[in-house]
Design a protein around this ligand. Structure first.
Ligand SMILES: Nc1ncnc2c1ncn2[C@@H]1O[C@H](COP(=O)(O)OP(=O)(O)OP(=O)(O)O)[C@@H](O)[C@H]1O
Ligand code: SF4
Ligand SMILES: [Mg+2]
Length: 352
């Protein structure tokens, strides 16, 4: 009989010391830019977190601050004109905003990797794809040219590029848009990071290819048990892959919810508008854009709730008081885990 001594000291499995703690936690992050028109307040107190193995989708119209938040996390913000007047970005509990340049460089690529929308401008056109993938291994892991090439082929296989060994010496322009995006995913995965930030990774692709690339990303994320932040302005893209959603408007999170809850019962008028803007096959010919007006100029964000000039439910209080992210509950007060809405009238919105 085998006796398991539960009191015996055994080495903690990788990551076990972080159990229960989010991989990444953004706290009260503010980012502003000096512009000719004045100070553009692009991010105004964002809070979100991602755990290992979890996918957070960040959703919002153009200019809502999704990419700027991601750039702040990656440490690739243009500073100046950008500035982070306030906030914390904790990676495994350590504030990256307080780290030295050298410490941050070690995290970038190794621990947190990013995938951008436009693979063609992210890849070097005059170097083969195999060379660019191999560089990750040569530079970061000191592998020989031959070993790096073998690793590159293996990675190209992992992201399901057909005939990887035959194509490893091809140049970026010889691949289709979807295949190039797979190469970007391979580059992000190369050093087996803990967290990937994908900023509109499929926006430049046509719809069928979008779904394939998204499925691949989700599959790899599960396999590697990574955290994934998926930035998009397209609600349709994230429904099947995200665990939870943070909706952004004018640099704030206006609603957070587990993904299916958000679709079923939005608790913020802006989210409601976004959902009503998704084209539906049974409503051909109907107006797609349910939200009237445009997002605000970030140098002159409206007082109170930033959404008030566009909101069909706005009341006087909305023009004076900034709504905090209120916990959203059932009508009888029952808890709805992970739900929040920055709307004075969230109750009416979800239960009304
Ligand atoms: N380097 C910069 N200088 C000045 N303003 C900037 C700079 N980078 C971003 N901004 C401003 O910050 C705001 C937020 O931009 P951000 O790129 O985060 O939007 P987004 O939500 O990612 O939108 P999109 O869906 O279009 O990618 C925008 O108004 C943008 O003009
Ligand atoms: S706080 Fe007021 S303006 Fe803002 S979303 Fe809610 S109802 Fe609309
Ligand atoms: Mg963006």
């Amino acid at each position: 009989m085998t006796i398991i001594d539960e009191t015996a000291e055994s080495p903690a499995p990788d990551g076990a010391q972080d159990a229960g703690r989010p991989l990444l936690e953004v706290r009260d992050l503010h980012v502003e830019f000096s512009t000719r028109d004045g100070v553009a307040k692009a991010v105004n107190g964002v809070n979100y977190s991602v755990a290992a193995g979890e996918t957070l989708a960040v959703l919002g119209e153009s200019g809502s601050g999704k990419s700027v938040t991601a750039q702040a996390i990656m440490g690739i913000l243009d500073m100046p004109p950008g500035r982070i007047p306030k906030g914390e970005i904790l990676f495994r509990g350590q504030d990256m905003l307080k780290m030295s340049g050298e410490e941050r460089r070690k995290i970038r690529g190794n621990k947190i990797a990013m995938i951008f929308q436009d693979a063609l401008s992210s890849l070097n056109p005059v170097l083969s794809v195999g060379y660019q993938l191999g560089e990750m291994f040569r530079v970061h892991q000191g592998l020989s040219k031959k070993e790096a090439k073998a690793k590159s082929i293996e990675l190209m296989d992992r992201v399901k590029i057909p005939a990887a060994a035959a194509r490893v010496n091809d140049y970026p322009h010889q691949f289709s848009g979807g295949m190039r995006q797979r190469i970007m995913i391979a580059m992000a995965l190369a050093l087996e990071p803990d967290l990937i930030i994908a900023d509109e990774p499929t926006t430049a692709l046509d719809v069928t290819v979008q779904a394939q690339v998204m499925d691949l990303l989700a599959e790899l994320q599960r396999e590697y048990h990574m955290g994934l932040i998926l930035i998009t302005h397209d609600l349709g893209v994230v429904a099947d892959v995200a665990d939870k959603i943070a909706v952004m408007y004018a640099g704030r999170i206006v609603e957070t919810a587990p993904v299916h809850e958000l679709y079923k019962r939005p608790a913020h008028p802006y989210t409601k508008g976004l959902l009503e803007s998704i084209p539906r096959l049974d409503q051909k010919g109907q107006e797609l854009y349910a939200i009237k007006g445009l997002p605000p100029n970030l140098t002159r964000i409206p007082s109170g709730c930033a959404f008030n000039p566009r909101c069909p439910q706005a009341q006087d209080i909305c023009r004076t008081d900034i709504p905090q992210l209120f916990p959203v509950t059932e009508q009888d007060g029952g808890e709805l885990a992970g739900r929040g809405s920055a709307c004075h009238f969230w109750k009416e919105t979800i239960h009304g």
